[in-house]
Design a protein around this ligand. Structure first.
Ligand SMILES: *Cc1c(COP(=O)(O)O)cnc(C)c1O
Length: 427
């Protein structure tokens, strides 16, 4: 096969023909006339996820209360079951993972449990580009300790407004820092932070480190155990296709097992003890201890089907295709959109680039509206960002090609001018 890049649609089609993962596309629901480039915000529904949700409903129908212990997937062990399937994606032992809560509530749990300001080691390091909920959670946790966020939350600055320098992060790692919380992949620019390196540098200075994997889980491989990361948390509705509000994930390195949960609840109990109904909790000996109340079984159910696809496809293969797709898309953008003032603001280097392209343009909000009108679904991020995520499991190279062609048409015909350059309520 000829691998030389060219701008033709034929070339895109030839890439699709060679694609080893192409059969997975057939498993997803989406109107074929729509090009969905937003799987990094909300992944699409798959047939398998639909089936696992319907199966779960069926177990409720058939067993009532006994569904907790009967059926193919007894609900009492469901969070642990999903955790063992997720462990592969984060590079951890199954006991180190639990599927529970939301990204935000898991961050709260981790900080409430493991952040112990002592002496002059009282500060938390985050960054100024992180997703707002992480920052809100950290500030409120500091306030619960009676500490002022202005003084105790250090937000590493970005030099270019889109990316962070690992050296700048390391610089903030002083002996006043107790905990670091950073994204694995930045939600706007898609930059991957070097988790292995940052963990090593943090540990050299006696600091614990946590990563928010929302934009990397299901998109890039992780080796949390090998890297010796202390804690991690993630959502499952982006690249993992768990559905709106699907139950999130949490990782605690086994060296931290045994620390009593900061936010305790009865589902954090040892399974055999939970129904003794004692008022003194006996926490689970692993990451399960950091669950709180009754698991949101119906919101976790789609993950069961979805995770089987990740296992079959292999996260290394997913990453490999994802990199080829984003590389292809950047080449098209460079060639086809050079007259229209787009800036590719994600890192170009493969090792630093996550699963999406980040374009900046002064007219971004209304260019996104014009894309949607033309049935291409992008993702706008204020003030001037367009995220385009070609997803390895369900997008095609031809769709990437069509998306860039559509952008070119919208710019050439100035179609975006019909819309106001403001974001919608959910953008
Ligand atoms: C999507 C996302 C979240 C979302 O948090 P929820 O609790 O699921 O609403 C948090 N942090 C980052 C970095 C995200 O990308």
């Amino acid at each position: 096969m000829d691998h030389t890049f060219d701008l033709s649609r034929d070339y895109a089609q030839s890439l699709d023909q060679q694609d080893q993962l192409k059969e997975f596309r057939e498993e997803f629901f989406m109107a074929r006339e729509t090009i969905y480039m937003d799987g990094n915000s909300l992944g699409l529904l798959s047939k398998r996820a639909e089936k696992s949700l319907l199966d779960l409903l069926d177990s409720w129908k058939r067993y009532g209360i006994d569904g907790w212990t009967k059926g193919d997937h007894p609900w009492f062990y469901f969070s642990e079951k999903l955790a063992s399937m997720s462990a592969l994606l984060v590079g951890a032992q199954k006991e180190e993972v639990i599927i529970t809560g939301s990204t935000t509530s898991n961050l709260h749990q981790l900080v409430a449990t493991f952040y112990k300001p002592e002496g002059k080691r009282t500060k938390i390091v985050a960054d100024e580009l992180n997703f707002p909920t992480d920052i809100y959670a950290l500030k409120s946790q500091l306030e619960l300790h009676g500490l002022s966020p202005d003084e105790h939350l250090l937000q590493v600055k970005s030099r270019d407004g889109n990316t962070l320098l690992e050296a700048d992060i390391v610089e903030t790692m002083t002996d006043e820092v107790a905990l670091i919380v950073l994204p694995s992949v930045l939600y706007r620019s898609g930059q991957i932070l070097d988790m292995k390196y940052l963990t090593k540098e943090a540990h050299n200075r006696g600091i614990k480190i946590a990563f928010d994997l929302c934009h990397s889980i299901g998109s890039i491989p992780h080796k949390l155990s090998d890297w010796d990361v202390d804690y991690a948390f993630w959502c499952t509705y982006k690249h993992l296709n768990g559905g709106p509000g699907s139950v999130a994930g949490l990782f605690v390195n086994n060296k931290h097992f045994g620390v009593a949960p900061g936010l305790a609840g009865w589902f954090g109990s040892q399974k055999e003890k939970q129904f003794d109904m004692e008022h003194t909790m006996t926490p689970s000996s692993d990451a399960g201890a950091y669950q709180m109340g009754t698991p949101h079984i119906l919101s976790a159910a789609p993950l069961l089907g979805s995770l089987t696809m990740f296992k079959e496809a292999g996260i290394e293969n997913i990453r490999e295709k994802s990199l080829r797709m984003t590389d292809y898309m950047m080449k098209l953008i460079d060639s086809e959109l050079s007259d229209y003032h787009f800036v590719i603001a994600n890192p170009r280097e493969a090792a630093k680039r996550g699963g999406h392209i980040y374009l900046e343009h002064e007219e971004a909000a209304r260019i996104c509206k014009a894309l949607k009108e033309n049935q291409v679904i992008p993702d706008f991020r204020t003030p001037k960002g367009i995220r385009l995520a070609p997803i390895a499991l369900y997008n095609t190279f031809e769709e990437a090609w069509k998306t860039v062609q559509m952008l070119k048409t919208i710019m050439k015909e100035e179609q975006y001018k019909k819309f106001s350059n403001k974001r919608d309520v959910v953008a």
